[in-house]
Design a protein around this ligand. Sequence first.
Ligand SMILES: Cc1ncc(C[n+]2csc(CCOP(=O)(O)OP(=O)(O)O)c2C)c(N)n1
Length: 317
Amino acid sequence: MTLSDEQQIEALRRMWQIRFFEEAAIRLYGEGRYRGSTHPYIAQEATALGVCATLRPTDQVLATYRGHGAAIAKGADPRGMMAELLGKATGMCKGKGGSMHMSQTDVGFLGCNAIVAGHIPIAGGVALAQKLDDTGAVTAVFFGDGASCEGVFYETLNMATLWKLPLLFVVENNEYAISTHVSESISVPNISMRAQGFGLPGVTVDGRDFYAVYDAAGEAVARARRGDGPTLLEAKTVRWGRHSAVAAGPAGANIDKWKLTDPIPRFKQELLQRGVVSEAQISDIERDAKATIDDAVAFAIESPYPELSELQTDMYA
Ligand SMILES: Cc1ncc(C[n+]2csc(CCOP(=O)(O)OP(=O)(O)O)c2C)c(N)n1
């Protein structure tokens, strides 16, 4: 698969949208504009973009509570997302989902999930439906290193491989599960090695390198579409900040070193070297992404809260 210049430019635009969205989410939380929490995707942007650039609108994506990045990468509307974050009636789930339960099905974003690894078997079910219905579509499921220690992950790896499901497991190894470092919880140097025990391909890439993620995901998606089954793709990255806006887990150590590996300047540099964009175009794209998120923030703040009469609509019991 090769990407057109337009697709690469769109990836940069969305990378910036994710970064600005997350910075705004942290700021708005600090201002007390919403309750609950938010789990920033800052520094992991290249992974969601690299994977989603290989997908079609009809393919499906599921993510964790750290899922704003995957949503934007799959084409979700920043206005609907920001309003959802603030619990407003104009939110993509009418304000009833919040940060950890956003979804926009018309772009193939089946949603975030607050239960660690809870969405992995759901993704297995989605991929099974795609296969049984002979849709030619695939599913990508994003989750963390901590989630890769949960039993349902292994159950899904096993069944998905046995049934050759069109599924891409994307484990985002950002080194921490809240405050537990991977060295304290994972017995192998690369999480992708766990694929060996289940008979599917396991690949590790630098998750901060858009093109590395894109190439590996492209191969995995092609394999899934051919009917050859799932792949476990490990994207290595780092969590810059604390686990969430309520400030659990470590942050700050090595932050200067980490910032040197910021995926956005890296991608920008590569786009310039490849002659895809000029410096002037890059500034325009960044300004445009900032304007999109500023507009989403204003829209969300101005939007009304849901009526009390809406409390029980769209609820399943
Ligand atoms: C089943 C379950 N157990 C525990 C929690 C509490 N919890 C929320 S996030 C988290 C850490 C998960 O870390 P990881 O999978 O590495 O993802 P990251 O937050 O780093 O993206 C935990 C333990 C939960 N939400 N669900």
